[in-house]
Design a protein around this ligand. Structure first.
Ligand SMILES: Cc1cc2nc3c(=O)[nH]c(=O)nc-3n(C[C@H](O)[C@H](O)[C@H](O)COP(=O)(O)OP(=O)(O)OC[C@H]3O[C@@H](n4cnc5c(N)ncnc54)[C@H](O)[C@@H]3O)c2cc1C
Ligand code: FES
Length: 258
């Protein structure tokens, strides 16, 4: 897919919670095609300590308003600076990058989308794409506590939503892999994104229950286009760049000890 370097304009920057912002960007021309699971490399202007662009997932593409959404967790200088953009500011992005999730062959498939923390970000756009093909998704969203569960209304517009929190402040207490929705249903496909230990636990569950599973890796990245080799992951085909060959992989391709 063709990649673009675009100067996009901020239409909204919504503080969802102390540590998260939702940034919506647009341009006068129609935004390019973007697939669920792909990401952008965002240039951080005005930060003396952030030399490289930062990879952020495509959270949602609103074709009616011609906006692309980014859900950003504030973890360091780059994301904190990005979180300060205001309506009318320009943000330079390279997109769409990476491969994206593969869609089920038929809409009859029963699919579960598991997001942990800010790993829920790519699941919203994926959920809409699944619903559009007639495959209503089930979302299982996990976080430390209630405040870290984001965009619940938006998810509910596309499918059934279940939640877990580690402190029990919302949904079932515990980890996503302990949620009763797994025991009460037989899913054909699981898509997941979140902290690596969570994705490994999900992959282990999927493997032992013979369920197809795709994970979206968040290896630390620099160039985002397969040039610097800083994001490599071992697969059954050798070392590959997660930014280019991924970030989405079928768990059968990964050499995880699960
Ligand atoms: C393909 C991909 C998609 C991503 N999508 C999103 C998204 O939609 N929303 C979002 O908020 N973040 C996302 N991330 C993570 C995001 O890129 C990092 O949090 C960001 O680069 C940190 O930049 P910083 O300058 O704020 O922090 P830094 O100063 O660079 O780092 C601060 C802290 O964050 C940790 N960190 C840095 N990079 C990562 C990473 N890739 N994963 C986990 N921890 C990291 C560092 O170890 C350090 O402890 C994604 C990462 C990848 C690779
Ligand atoms: S980030 Fe440079 S090769 Fe992947």
């Amino acid at each position: 897919m063709k990649k673009y370097i675009l100067d996009l304009t901020v239409t909204e920057n919504i503080r969802l919670h102390a540590n998260y912002v939702l940034i919506k960007l647009t341009q006068s021309d129609p935004l390019p095609e973007m697939l669920p699971g792909q990401f952008a490399e965002i240039r951080i202007d005005g930060s003396n300590t952030t030399f490289l662009r930062r990879p952020i997932s495509i959270n949602y593409v609103d074709r009616r308003t011609n906006e692309v959404w980014f859900l950003v967790q504030l973890v360091g200088d780059g994301t904190r600076k990005l979180a300060t953009v205001k309506q009318g500011d320009t943000v330079n992005v390279v997109l769409p990058l990476g491969n994206g999730f593969s869609m089920p062959e038929t809409p009859e498939k029963k699919v579960l989308l598991i997001g942990g923390g800010v790993g829920t970000a790519p699941m919203l756009y994926l959920g809409e794409a699944l619903l559009k093909m007639g495959c209503k998704p089930t979302f299982l969203l996990g976080a430390r506590s209630k405040n870290d569960l984001l965009q619940l209304d938006e998810f509910a517009a596309f499918g059934d939503v279940y939640t877990t929190t580690e402190d029990g402040s919302m949904g079932e207490k515990g980890y996503v892999t302990q949620h009763s929705v797994l025991a009460n249903n037989k899913f054909d496909m699981i898509y997941t994104c979140g902290p690596k230990p969570m994705m490994m636990a999900v992959a282990k569950y999927a493997k032992s229950n013979d369920i197809e599973c795709e994970v979206s890796l968040e290896n630390t990245m620099a160039c985002g286009v397969g040039a610097c080799l800083c994001c490599v992951e071992k697969t059954d085909e050798g070392h590959v760049c997660v930014c280019k060959e991924g970030p989405v992989f079928n768990i059968k391709k990964l050499l995880w000890q699960i």
